[in-house]
Design a protein around this ligand. Structure first.
Ligand SMILES: [Fe+2]
Ligand SMILES: [Fe+2]
Length: 194
């Protein structure tokens, strides 16, 4: 599917507000790839960013139906954290409804809410860009934005730490995939501890 066709199809699935957010994630992802001097094909970055929330505006029942249809085995944690479901279902839609075959793109969509072990650089870019795009505003964001220009793992960890703190403060359930993702980065890669 050509990029223009893909764009039109995603736009049709999203509310105006979500589509605007999606375009900002595209811009932010491309900016991050440039400032971090990563060698990732811009078309891959754009495709992953465009599709990352393609399932988000579907009612939960529809998301569950699609998960079953695509053979996605949901974990109990996926079900306990329904706001993360759209990432795995979105990856399924990208594969089966948009014909995306690139494993990095599919992983980036699937992990954009929680992260996960062995995230590719593209998955890290989409994860952080979704969190820091200019439409977002909450305390501590500036720190993550400046890290995102120079240290990708540090930026991912900072996003996760803020999310985890927020969930703890609210007494909310934490998806263990985020803990696993954080442990993986801490254990295996160079990073800036915050
Ligand atoms: Fe999302
Ligand atoms: Fe998003």
């Amino acid at each position: 599917m050509a990029l223009e066709e893909l764009k039109a199809k995603v736009k049709g699935l999203l509310s105006r507000r979500r589509w605007d957010h999606t375009l900002r994630v595209v811009e932010m992802s491309l900016e991050m790839v440039a400032s971090l001097q990563l060698e990732i094909e811009p078309s891959k970055v754009e495709t992953a960013a465009l599709l990352h929330d393609c399932a988000k505006d579907l009612p939960l029942g529809e998301q569950l139906k699609k998960a079953g249809h695509f053979g996605i085995v949901l974990t109990s944690s996926d079900l306990l954290c329904p706001s993360t479901l759209h990432s795995r279902v979105g990856a399924g839609m990208a594969q089966h409804e948009f014909g995306i075959r690139d494993a990095d793109i599919l992983q980036a969509i699937a992990l954009h809410t929680t992260g996960g072990p062995r995230m590719s650089p593209l998955a890290k870019i989409i994860f952080v860009a979704d969190y820091i795009e200019p439409g977002r505003s909450f305390p501590g964001l500036e720190k993550v934005r400046s890290l995102a220009k120079k240290e990708l793992n540090g930026a991912v960890l900072a996003c996760m730490e803020q999310t985890l703190r927020y969930l703890l403060q609210r007494g909310d359930i934490i998806h263990p995939r985020m803990i696993a993702a954080r442990n993986y980065i801490l254990a295996t890669e160079n990073h800036t501890l915050l």
